[in-house]
Design a protein around this ligand. Structure first.
Ligand code: SF4
Length: 347
């Protein structure tokens, strides 16, 4: 462990004991660390001087802000440089309410999943993020929100990487974010997304975290999904939705289906009907996304965003079949809006 962000409460208690100090200091230290808008006020903590000295070393972060982009709508994209020089993106998105914001966190450096329309995967997979590095992102976004007069209200693991392939660290980070002595976010304020790693969905359900689950489906049938998402060769649409059913049954939380509309690829009326047929009997919400162009894809395709007319038609078919569907408001269009773009440009 090299930083306070790396410790759970129990781990810091054990560390303090091993150093010969009372474990009861740990909760106050971590609470101050998670609440600090800048530096921890060490004097206020009134710790024994030798303990304060050791902890000050741990409070120095090795994660630094490498770049920040702000859009007119208030979206802020942060590029964070990690201790080993690698970089990850974290995004703060303003809420409809003036005093709230949502944060998007990365779970890996790069990504191995190869989703064809994604900028992150173009540079490949480098490594998993530690739970501490996810906490550092969370705290950086919380400070960014406070600077803009907002409160970080929700967190989604939808940034770089596939969270289910780094689930142990994601779960450890979420436990600290949701701990009412530390991050103080409720379970309901956290969403973990996946492109459909079925064992990961089941493991997340078994973790007992009770967070929201978002499944990035992006196509209603295996053939068209396989052209976009190589992971579909391992897990078919029915298998993924069956895992989502189990998650929903176990947690009681409606699953969100993410669907990024790509012009001429997955935006037809027939595909809307297919998607509706899959979901009509399920209590799942559909989040329709507008694509932020990322240039030529891995397969040499230049995807384009859906037209307004096709988008309206698509959502009308879903709603006409009793499926709850919304368009996610586009964010930060004039900055490198798609996940992985800022990093690709500046790394
Ligand atoms: S969309 Fe997500 S899972 Fe797919 S390649 Fe990009 S970061 Fe990875």
């Amino acid at each position: 462990m090299t930083a306070l962000a790396d410790y759970s409460l129990a781990e810091l208690q054990a560390e303090l004991t091993s150093w010969g100090f009372k474990p009861s200091h740990a909760a106050r230290v971590l609470r101050a660390y998670y609440a600090a808008e800048g530096e921890i006020d060490w004097e206020k903590l009134r710790l024994p001087a030798p303990l304060a000295d050791r902890l000050m070393g741990l409070a120095r972060t090795s994660v630094a802000l490498a770049a920040r982009q702000r859009a007119d709508d208030g979206t802020a994209k942060l590029l964070l440089r990690l201790g080993d020089g690698r970089t990850v993106e974290s995004v703060l998105m303003p809420d409809y309410r003036d005093d709230r914001a949502a944060g998007c966190l990365s779970s890996q450096v790069g990504c191995a999943m190869g989703c064809d329309f994604c900028a992150t995967t173009k540079t490949g997979f480098e490594r998993n993020l530690t739970a501490g590095e996810m906490i550092e992102q969370f705290l950086a976004l919380r400070r960014e929100a406070i600077t803009g007069g907002r409160r970080l209200q929700t967190v989604v693991f939808m940034g770089m990487g596939e969270p289910m392939l780094n689930l142990d660290n994601v779960v450890a980070a979420v436990r600290r974010m949701a701990d009412n002595k530390l991050g103080a976010l409720g379970w309901r304020q956290v969403t973990v997304s996946t492109v459909g790693i079925v064992p990961g969905i089941d493991a997340l359900a078994a973790s007992g975290l009770n967070v929201h689950l978002a499944v990035s489906l992006h196509a209603p049938d295996d053939a068209s999904r396989q052209a976009l998402l190589p992971v579909s060769k391992r897990f078919g649409v029915e298998e993924i939705l069956a895992a989502a059913d189990r998650y929903q049954a176990q947690t009681g939380r409606p699953v969100t289906i993410q669907y990024c509309l790509l012009r001429g690829v997955n935006d037809s009326v027939a595909q809307a009907r297919q998607l509706a047929a899959l979901l009509t009997a399920r209590r799942m919400h559909v989040n329709l996304l507008r694509y932020n162009p990322t240039g030529i894809s891995l397969r040499g395709i230049e995807y384009e965003p859906v037209t307004d007319a096709s988008a309206e038609q698509f959502i009308a078919v879903l709603r006409g079949n009793g499926v709850i569907a919304h368009f996610r408001r586009p964010r930060g269009r004039e900055i490198d809006a798609a996940c992985g773009q800022l990093r690709q440009r500046l790394s």
